[in-house]
Structure formats: C-alpha cells, structure tokens
Design a protein around this ligand. Structure first.
Ligand code: ADP
Ligand code: ADP
Length: 230
C-alpha cells in the first residue's frame, strides 16, 4: 500500500530576490512500512523534502499525497489537523519544551486532542516505556542526556499513533552509542508497529540500518537503492 506519493515536487526559495532551487522535479513513491534513509550533501534539499512531505511548507509546484490525501490541496486548518493525526516529527535539536517534564512533553499533543486525563496518562506511560524512559517520567529536558531527550521526542512523535515518522538528522547531536540506541528503537517501531520511517542523515552507521537509501544531489534524486540492512 502506498503511503507517500510525491509528484514533480519543485521548491524555489526567494532569498533577497535571488531564487534558490532547493528541489527540482522530485518523484518519490513510498510504501507503507518502509525504513528509508535520505542522504546527500548539506544543502541538497533533504530538510526541504521532509518539510514538503510533512506539510510543514508548500512546494512551488507538484503535489504530495499522504495516505491517499492530497495534502498540497488542503486548507491550512485541515493541514494542521492532518499533520497532528498522521505524521510524527523528530528534529535534530529535539525541540522539547524546557519547562515541561517528559510526561508533559509527550502528553501535550494528546491534551490538544482533548483526550481524557486517565486515558492520556496511560498512553503517555506506555509511550515512555516503548522508548525505555519509564524512570524519567518526571525529568525535564535539561536533566536528561541528548539521547534521552531524543527518545522523549520520539515518544512525543508517536503520541497520536501516526503511520509516518519524519526525522531530520535525528542522530546529529548524539554520541554513537545513543545514536545506535535510537536507531534500534526506531527499527523496532518500524517492525512491530509498521510505522513508515523517513530520516535524513549523514551518519554511515545510521545509513547502514536503512532498507532503502535515497540520495539527493542539488535538489534532485541522484540514486534510490534497496539494501540489505545490518
Ligand atoms: P539539506 O537539508 O540537504 O542541508 P536544505 O533543504 O536545508 O538542504 O536546503 C536546500 C537549499 O535550499 C539550500 O541551498 C538552502 O540554503 C536553501 N534553503 C532551505 N531553506 C531555505 C529558506 N527557508 N530560505 C531560503 N533558502 C533556503
Ligand atoms: P540541515 O542541518 O538539515 O541541513 P539547515 O541547518 O541547513 O538544516 O537548516 C535548518 C532550517 O533552516 C531548515 O528548516 C531550513 O529550511 C532553514 N534554512 C536552511 N537554509 C536556509 C537559508 N539559506 N535561509 C533561510 N533558511 C534556511
């Protein structure tokens, strides 16, 4: 089953009247349950592509279809709603709210969705267990290591049971042990919960874990290969 379909995606940024072609005519077809690394030199368009697929920004031309919905046609309000329910995001800088505990950072999204308190608490505990942080429920981001913070971010991304998780260099700020731990958690979620993962990375060890590697160069797909993961 197709989960993401990108047709002729182009994105041009206008910086001080100078156009920058960040993506040029990108086609992408992703099946449910894939585990994909997006690679390429800095400035090749990885973040831009993730932003287009996740509906965080609009392409200049082309269309993006996620789980059968053409998100490039949705109104801003519908897009926000669609994103909340269907797509989880993980960023290299964790993006947690510093004054909130792990539990609160993860529960925040569910609160926005008006999930009743008891149900919410159960779900949050289950999520923190999935990422191995049941003993850090009451810690704030500043009291956690980078690896632990990123695991809170993954738990938060999972809160609304998305079918897709998009991660922009999730291991960039982690030491190699934490990076490996994070990848193992993501691989497990991919296998057991059938969540589709698309993550950009520069890390060879992370790339090795992917089953498919898409390489961008100058805003174009340069290669797209299946590999036997290790
Ligand atoms: P990558 O993630 O592969 O490093 P990006 O998608 O961040 O690549 O950037 C692709 C190109 O688009 C780069 O030339 C970058 O400078 C440019 N770019 C990205 N975002 C913006 C923006 N918001 N405004 C102007 N230029 C941008
Ligand atoms: P990455 O580490 O993924 O390459 P960057 O550090 O290039 O990301 O960019 C981080 C964010 O800033 C992205 O969301 C991107 O869209 C934006 N950005 C990148 N390049 C530019 C630019 N030249 N002008 C404005 N915004 C940019």
């Amino acid at each position: 089953k197709t989960i993401i379909d990108a047709h002729n995606i182009s994105k041009t940024y206008n910086k001080k009247m100078v156009p920058v072609k960040a993506l040029q005519d990108v086609h992408l077809h992703i099946e449910e349950g894939e585990f994909i690394a997006l690679v390429g030199p800095s400035g090749s368009g990885k973040s831009t592509l993730l932003n287009m697929i996740g509906g965080l920004d609009e392409p200049t031309s082309g269309k993006v279809i996620v789980d059968g919905v053409e998100i490039t046609k949705l109104s801003e309000n519908r897009l926000i709603d669609f994103r909340l329910k269907n797509i989880g995001f993980v960023f290299q800088s964790f993006n947690l709210i510093p004054v909130l505990t792990s539990k609160e950072n993860v529960g925040f999204v569910l609160q926005l969705q008006k999930m009743p308190k008891k149900e919410r608490e159960e779900r949050v505990m289950e999520l923190l267990q999935q990422v191995g942080l049941e003993d850090k429920v009451k810690s704030k981001p500043g009291e956690l290591s980078g690896g632990q913070q990123q695991r809170v971010a993954v738990a938060r991304a999972l809160a609304s049971k998305p079918k897709i998780i998009l991660a922009d260099e999730p291991t960039a700020n982690l030491d190699s042990k934490s990076a490996e731990n994070l990848m193992d958690i993501m691989a497990k979620l991919n296998k057991e919960e059938k969540i589709t993962f698309l993550f950009s990375t520069h890390d060879q060890r992370v790339i090795k874990k992917a089953r498919r590697v898409i390489t961008l160069v100058d805003g174009k797909v340069d290669s797209d290969v299946q590999q036997t993961s290790s």
